[in-house]
Write a protein that binds this ligand. Structure first.
Ligand SMILES: [Zn+2]
Length: 245
């Protein structure tokens, strides 16, 4: 299956909604979670990324998050992110639903982005509820191993969805609605292993839409896809943009 076939499918099957996972950001130098070399091979997510772990020992969770924030704030969008922004600009992508928390779709110019796992854009104080922007969190981290709330001193929690936490209801509702209306759901860089987001393609299929997948390695729904391309988003999506022109 080729980029030009995918371009044809995108043109025919409108509206097209994109669902992205960690694979779209690995080319920006951001490690994924579940691969052999991913973060969860090094860090037990229940110890470093669960709500319970944060309540028990927020400083330990920040020992994982502080270097991660440094990587995320240094990262730049790659050609895959930029291609998706261009497809939106061309009116061929209605929205990007992302599992990523890195803000790179927005950085690349995508406008309609639904962050179903939250993002690093803000952090919230579990004590007083005050919310701080990323820039302030970075400043607080310059002098400390964990950012303390300027108002009450409690350790801030990044507004990313931790294990044991519900997804933001408005985001998942919007994503589900978009998936139901989509004539094409294009999955990029996700093995479709993490629920409930992995269920979004099923909404599209149940409503009579089609599924296309661009991912390195197999996914849970390969057999349901009209087009399945094994490859890197940063190489393939620019070819798709060239082909739709
Ligand atoms: Zn506070």
């Amino acid at each position: 299956m080729s980029a030009s076939e995918l371009a044809g499918l995108i043109r025919r099957q409108q509206p097209c909604v994109v669902l992205t996972g960690a694979g779209v950001s690995t080319e920006s130098g951001i490690p994924d979670f579940r691969s052999r070399t991913g973060l969860w091979a090094q860090f037990d997510p229940l110890e470093y990324a669960s709500l319970e772990a944060f309540r028990r020992d927020p400083r330990k969770v920040w020992s994982f998050y502080k270097p991660r924030i440094a990587v995320l704030t240094e990262a730049e969008p790659n050609p895959g992110h930029r291609a998706l922004a261009e497809l939106e600009e061309l009116g061929l992508v209605e929205a990007v639903v992302t599992q990523n928390i890195d803000l790179l779709h927005e950085c690349a110019g995508s406008r309609n982005v639904i962050e179903v796992h939250g993002s690093i854009r803000t952090a919230t104080c579990p004590g007083c509820g005050e919310r701080q922007p990323l820039q302030r969190v970075v400043e607080l981290l310059a002098d400390a191993d964990a950012p303390a709330c300027p108002a009450c001193g409690e350790i801030l929690k990044p507004d990313v969805v931790f294990f044991g936490e519900l997804l933001p209801a408005d985001a998942i509702e919007r994503a589900t609605e978009l998936a139901r209306r989509a004539r094409l759901l294009l999955v990029v860089g996700s093995a479709l292993e993490v629920h409930p987001v992995a269920g979004l393609p099923l909404e599209t299929l149940a409503a009579g839409g089609e599924l296309a997948i661009v991912n390195r390695g197999p996914t849970a729904l390969d057999n349901e896809a009209s087009i399945r391309i094994d490859g890197a988003a940063g190489e393939l999506l620019p070819q798709v943009v060239a082909a739709v022109h």
